[in-house]
Design a protein around this ligand. Structure first.
Ligand SMILES: [Zn+2]
Ligand SMILES: [Zn+2]
Ligand SMILES: [Zn+2]
Length: 381
């Protein structure tokens, strides 16, 4: 049996013979130019063909091939004899018509099947460009569950958005997961940025910018204790983050309730906010992947701590400190301050909770002082 074509699934309830990708042996033969093969058409072949929606018109080429006429569309085609007797011929004309109808519903024009990959077809988009897509994707687009975006137009739009801000789009950032591009700033610095952030102008250059991303910053580890409240037991968490002003961060920006206590367990100076953001995000990624059970669900501290992630159980402290050791070595070696964007570069990602930090850092008062490391306990503001 040929594998049913995705386009055929919607009408699978109706026994229609034109329902799957045509076997290699089945080709259109509208002109009827193939040489007729002298020989009888056996009655049981004809019966099998009719049961599957076709009439045998002639034997062609050799003893193994038949010319069929589709009872649905009247189109002619060539099929191997064994397909008629033991399988199901597919009318290529009906198939093309179905694909065209599906493509039109998806807002594109069907041009033809990819000869090398039968599951793919070529389609003309409204913009005039040719898209190569799996038929299944086009089917989904026709149902409205996905879109068919033209890559050429997307790249041009991203190039224009970047040029407007003094950047040049270099290409996809294949070194990291997610949706990132490499851009070269007019100063020559290459950086990984999410296109959506480029579009919104959130793309400070870490190479030359006078922004949060190019100023010194810190990665911190806080110990947070929340007092027992109404119907709520006392809680104990760890918070790993980055900020140019970690002292201010815990006092004013975490929005802790009265009575909460914050202990600064450790602070690492970082050469730039950009490097801090990259190293911190990479550490969170490793921690959450390796220790998902130690990540506190966001709804557990919602409304009590003004962050949406990056809160851990206290038992993970040694592991987090080991991550910080690694970051410290990298920062000391100056690797994290290099101008080329690395695979863990997160410029443009801008974790929501640290937006306040960025706003702070945009003020012209950047300091290079090292915050206290005395581990003293502070009452939260
Ligand atoms: Zn047909
Ligand atoms: Zn296009
Ligand atoms: Zn620059």
């Amino acid at each position: 049996m040929p594998k049913p074509h995705p386009l055929a699934t919607s009408s699978a309830r109706q026994p229609n013979p034109c329902l799957a990708t045509p076997p290699i042996s089945t080709v259109p033969d509208n002109l009827g130019v193939l040489p007729v093969f002298a020989g009888p058409i056996r009655p049981h072949w004809q019966a099998a063909a009719r049961a599957k929606g076709f009439d045998i018109v002639a034997r062609v080429l050799d003893r193994y091939h038949l010319r069929l006429r589709c009872q649905t569309c009247g189109g002619n085609m060539v099929s191997k004899l064994y397909v008629v007797t033991s399988s199901c011929p597919i009318c290529p004309h009906c198939l093309t018509a179905r694909r065209q109808a599906t493509a039109n519903a998806a807002g594109v024009n069907f041009l033809g099947q990819d000869a090398d990959r039968p599951a793919y077809g070529f389609f003309r988009a409204d913009c005039g460009h040719t898209l190569r897509r799996q038929f299944e994707i086009v089917e989904r687009a026709a149902r409205g569950t996905t879109g068919l975006r033209c890559e050429i137009c997307l790249i041009r739009r991203e190039e224009v958005e970047a040029r407007r801000l003094g950047w040049q789009r270099v290409g996809n950032d294949t070194g990291r997961s997610g949706y990132y591009r490499l851009y070269r700033h007019r100063c020559g610095h290459v950086q990984s940025i999410a296109p959506v952030n480029m579009a919104w102008g959130q793309c400070d250059c870490a190479g030359c910018g006078q922004s949060w991303s190019s100023r010194p910053s810190f990665i911190y580890l806080f110990d947070i204790r929340l007092p027992a409240g109404a119907g709520q037991a006392a809680r104990h968490y760890l918070k790993l983050g980055y900020s140019a002003h970690p002292d201010k961060r815990h006092r004013h920006q975490l929005g802790l309730p009265p009575g909460a206590e914050v202990e600064v367990l450790r602070i690492l100076p970082m050469p730039t906010g950009h490097a801090a953001c990259a190293a911190e995000t990479a550490a969170h990624r490793r921690l959450t992947r390796a220790h998902p059970g130690a990540v506190v669900p966001a709804d557990e501290f919602a409304g009590v701590i003004k962050v949406t992630r990056e809160i851990y159980r206290p038992a993970l402290r040694a592991v987090i400190e080991a991550e910080m050791d690694k970051i410290e070595v990298g920062a000391d070696a100056g690797r994290l301050g290099s101008s080329a964007a690395g695979p863990n570069d997160t410029m443009g990602q801008q974790p929501g909770e640290d937006k306040d930090d960025m706003a702070d850092d945009r003020r012209p008062t950047a300091r290079r002082t090292r915050p206290d490391r005395d581990g003293s306990r502070h009452g939260a503001a």
